[in-house]
Design a protein around this ligand. Sequence first.
Ligand SMILES: [Mg+2]
Length: 218
Amino acid sequence: MAAGRPDDVIRLGHRPLIVSDVDEVVLEFLTPFKLFLESRQHRLLPRSFRLSGNIVDLQNGEAASEAAVKALLDAFYDAQEQWQTPAALVVNALAELSAEADIVFLTAMPPRHAAKRRALLDALGLPYPLLASEEPKGPLVEQLHGGRELPMVFIDDILRNLHSVRDHAPACLLINLMANTEFRALAPVPDAGIHAAADWTEAAPLIRAHFGRWAPRR
Ligand SMILES: [Mg+2]
């Protein structure tokens, strides 16, 4: 699923491209991860916009170590189908957009979890191709799009990923969307040129407007 270049494993039509992150954009991540942590005697405290240092072991009140956080994340992704649910309105929004654009999911999880993620997305009515890679997203998106004269949109909750795509595909419309409102309030403000959308009812018109603006150049 993550083998080879992205343009080797995903075939695109001659139409606009929407590349979307998964966790916090298409699937709820922080809300179910908090519940998962509680089931493992841990708690995620909304003290700052990061996991590291903010996950507390309820047995001793201390912040979980980096290794412990990694193990908890691994266990969560391994059981993701029991915990993760679709972000609000995403299933209908993407079904409608898929009539006019190719949709590709780009998830920054270790590829070993990709089969479970694929099965969960399929079960939820989100059948679009999935790339699982921990490589920087900009070069992956650039390879996928391949410099085609077609509009492209990239959606992610993490500014670092949006900046990476901006650096490699400057014509791409960038949308910052994060499902969890508690942590969104702690997130850095997107810089100029990155559009903020509270949810998919705000993201979909931004995407359609971008496609519409592009059309006369085709
Ligand atoms: Mg994400």
